[in-house]
Design a protein around this ligand. Structure first.
Ligand SMILES: C[S@@+](CC[C@H](N)C(=O)[O-])C[C@H]1O[C@@H](n2cnc3c(N)ncnc32)[C@H](O)[C@@H]1O
Length: 251
């Protein structure tokens, strides 16, 4: 069996118990070395084979998986965060499926929620935003025109931007046009949950300058929206006035 496992954002304790157990039993681990902490490999048994996929092509990864699978070995394909977000797992799954190789995917803690926890905030606040947009600016990988950052920002929802920090200038320009103001709060979280995590707080007006000053060009989440700073309504769920399935309130 091949298991696509989410390693979490960095801190090795943020992998799921299921993911850790699979790592402990694995005969082969192919890990995304550019983003996954190598400390995860310390939990593997002696004799486990390791391959860093940062140095491999898709075809080489599949070849290693197929070889191991045919020998009856347990393979973990360790991806950063949650494998279903910018994980490039679909292309692997399709090739495995065509070869009749069994696989499963195990969720992980994504860096967008880890970054939000790092700043002690909640994406979804009553009367502020009930929607989270996960996206990126176009780079070598294109983004469909309807998903252009400016158009998405016009919803004024809470946003988490992956893979975009290098383009902070363009990101800020598009977001300013979309939100229609400059005082929108922004938090840049570099290497959330790693020991060298950095948090930069600002607004669309000054974040670019702050990010450049810190020299951050990779591995960062850009969180944007009024959920970061400002007023909100308290939740109905815990309001003493309201009744629901599990509690009777005053009304
Ligand atoms: C290829 S994507 C993988 C995303 C991953 N699947 C996830 O769920 O977090 C890589 C991007 O995720 C973000 N990222 C991954 N780990 C991060 C971390 N610990 N802190 C901040 N951003 C991170 C960065 O934007 C980075 O460029």
């Amino acid at each position: 069996m091949i298991s696509f496992v989410g390693a979490g954002p960095g801190d090795v304790d943020l992998i799921t118990i299921k993911g850790r157990r699979l790592l402990e039993k694995a005969d082969m681990v192919i890990y995304a070395g550019s983003l996954v902490s190598e400390r995860h490999l310390e939990f593997c048994k002696e004799g486990c084979q390791f391959y860093n996929s940062a140095k491999m092509t898709l075809e080489e990864v599949i070849e290693k998986m197929e070889d191991a699978y045919r020998k009856g070995l347990q393979v973990v394909r360790l991806h950063t965060g949650d494998p279903t977000i910018y994980g490039a797992i679909r292309e692997q799954m399709d090739l495995l499926e065509r070869k009749g190789i069994d696989f499963q995917a195990i969720s992980g803690v994504s860096s967008f929620t880890a970054a939000c926890s790092a700043i002690n905030r909640e994406f979804t606040l009553p009367e502020v935003s009930q929607t989270v947009i996960l996206t990126r600016i176009e780079g070598r990988t294109g983004v469909p025109e309807e998903e252009d950052l400016e158009k998405l920002a016009a919803h004024r929802a809470s946003m988490a931007l992956f893979l975009s920090i290098k383009e902070i200038d363009r990101v800020v320009e598009k977001l300013k046009r979309g939100y229609g103001r400059e005082d929108v709060p922004v938090a840049v979280v570099y290497k959330a949950t790693w020991e060298d995590e950095k948090i930069i707080m600002g607004t669309l007006k000054d974040i670019r300058h702050k990010v450049e000053k810190e020299g951050i060009t990779k591995m960062a989440q850009i969180l944007v929206g009024d959920f970061i700073d400002g007023d909100y309504e308290r939740s109905k769920l815990y309001d003493p006035q309201f009744s629901h399935e599990y509690r009777s309130g005053n009304r």
